[in-house]
Design a protein around this ligand. Structure first.
Ligand SMILES: CC(C)(COP(=O)(O)OP(=O)(O)OC[C@H]1O[C@@H](n2cnc3c(N)ncnc32)[C@H](O)[C@@H]1OP(=O)(O)O)[C@@H](O)C(=O)NCCC(=O)NCCS
Length: 188
């Protein structure tokens, strides 16, 4: 496994309530919802969630949604989240979106690798899961290039634009081999 081809410096920072309008704008880009069940969110509700989750330290007790802004070449380029954090089973799932104008430059791959380091590091997670619509080739490549293993097809897993859509499911264990370990700088 190699570094993303078009290497651009990528870091993560914790999303704050001030990021809510930008997050909403990214969520509203037409292609963002093509492969994701993104429902429109009221700005105030998103601000509130970011405030609550953003105040929790990223440590082995964290039990919210870890939302991170992806910063690429000094610009806010998208987001990556750790959701469904389960402290008993030490599991979580990963989600991500890169703004349209920043795509196809290796940014999502770098961001997912960075969030894996946070999950398996300070968060003490031992298994990460992720799903991508079967036809979402770019997203599936991001996961595969980040070390996730394909685990099967979940038929009709999510409803997207009114249709039940089959999803490829992926998993990554902290014990899995990851040649790019610590290759990407990340920060809270
Ligand atoms: C999926 C997404 C996050 C990928 O972001 P990105 O920064 O463009 O991804 P990368 O540049 O790291 O590319 C990852 C791989 O996908 C490939 N790829 C990128 N865009 C592609 C496309 N439109 N079609 C097919 N492959 C594509 C890249 O070539 C790369 O593969 P490679 O490493 O073999 O060269 C982005 O397209 C996106 O935000 N889409 C909308 C939201 C979404 O689908 N999120 C994921 C939900 S599961």
């Amino acid at each position: 496994m190699t570094a993303p081809r078009h290497a651009i410096p990528v870091t993560l920072r914790r999303a704050t309530s001030a990021d809510a309008p930008t997050l909403l704008a990214w969520r509203r880009e037409p292609s963002a919802a093509r492969f994701q069940p993104l429902r429109d969110r009221p700005l105030d509700a998103l601000r509130h969630e970011l405030e609550i989750d953003g105040a929790k330290p990223i440590d082995a007790a964290f039990d919210g949604s870890g939302r991170f802004i992806v910063v690429a070449g000094g610009e806010d380029a998208g987001w990556v989240t750790l959701q469904r954090v389960d402290r008993d089973d030490r599991t979580a799932s990963v989600g991500y979106t890169i703004a349209e104008r920043f795509r196809a430059r290796g940014i999502a791959t770098a961001a997912v690798r960075a969030v894996i380091d946070i999950a398996f590091g300070p968060l003490g997670i031992e298994r990460l899961g992720a799903v991508a619509a079967v036809e979402n080739i770019a997203s599936r490549r991001v996961l595969e290039r980040s070390g996730f293993r394909f685990e099967g097809i979940a038929r009709g897993l999510l409803v997207i634009a009114g249709e039940r859509v089959d999803h490829a499911t992926y998993g990554l264990l902290v014990t899995d081999h990851r040649p790019f370990l610590n290759a990407i700088a990340s920060q809270e």
